[in-house]
Design a protein around this ligand. Structure first.
Ligand code: SAH
Length: 242
């Protein structure tokens, strides 16, 4: 299904509210929308299926990452647990100068992301099927990314272990959270510290138009991650680091 005129207007307006001009990227978002809604009919990619939901809660919500001023062309970024490509794909569309690796443990989701990359002929995006716990111990990937992003994967305490080992010292992790992140911060502090991170800031924001509360938790990578982390696949979520 292609986007309606109203959907395109909504996307332009909402992106405008966070300081982005999406006009030049509209054809790509339209194509992505088409692929997402078509794929969702046969495989369950996302529970959000209505046009306004996809536009605001997937596309624009992903783009709110850019309200953190740390994104620069030339960077290499990993999106851990990207699912159907969020937040990585919308970010890759508006920032072609940044390289994105979109990682997910579920094959059908990676296949979908791959089909979007091929259909839209994206040069700056790569889909990877695998678990963060395994990728983090690959010498060619460990502590190589300038940043890691993640949305809706696990609590802060758990995602710290799934993201920080991939980021170089001096880089950052950006975790997208809904409102009410405060209760997750204190329990995550020991894990963040053990993994070489330091909580830098929490940016509170509202989604344009619907005003849902969101937070961007930014963790700075200040020291190398000790080699024993991350632990084996599944352990970070079963027995969160504390
Ligand atoms: N970020 C997307 C998807 C969230 S669902 C969005 O916000 O819409 C969580 C996704 O994380 C699932 O697709 C799951 O396969 C993936 N995931 C969970 N643990 C993972 C891990 N350790 N490594 C890689 N992917 C993981």
């Amino acid at each position: 299904m292609r986007m309606t005129g109203a959907g395109k207007q909504l996307l332009l307006q909402a992106a405008g509210e966070i300081g982005l001009n999406l006009e030049p990227h509209l054809p790509q978002f339209d194509q992505f929308f088409d692929l997402l809604t078509a794929a969702n009919e046969s495989i369950n990619l996302t529970a959000i299926r209505d046009e306004e939901g996809i536009v605001l809660k997937h596309f624009v919500d992903s783009l709110t990452c850019l309200t953190y001023p740390g994104f620069q062309d030339g960077m290499s970024i990993v999106d851990v647990g990207t699912g159907a490509g969020f937040p990585g794909l919308p970010l890759a569309l508006v920032r072609p100068g940044i390289r994105f690796d979109l990682l997910d443990a579920t094959k059908k989701k990676v296949d979908f992301v791959d089909s979007v990359i091929r259909t839209l002929k994206l040069q700056n995006v790569n889909a990877i099927w695998g678990r963060s716990e395994a990728l983090s111990h690959e010498i060619v990937k460990r502590e190589t990314y300038d940043a890691a992003l993640t949305r809706a994967v696990a609590t802060l305490q758990v995602v710290a272990e799934l993201t920080l080992p991939l980021v170089r010292v001096g880089g950052f992790v950006l975790v997208q959270k809904a409102g009410g992140v405060e209760s997750e911060i204190e329990p995550a502090q020991p894990a963040i510290k053990k993994l070489g991170g330091r909580l830098e800031r929490v940016i509170g924001l509202e989604l344009p138009i619907i005003k849902d509360k969101r937070n961007l938790v930014v963790i700075e990578k200040v020291a190398p991650t000790p080699p024993q982390y991350p632990r084996k696949a599944g352990v970070p979520s079963k027995n969160p680091l504390s």
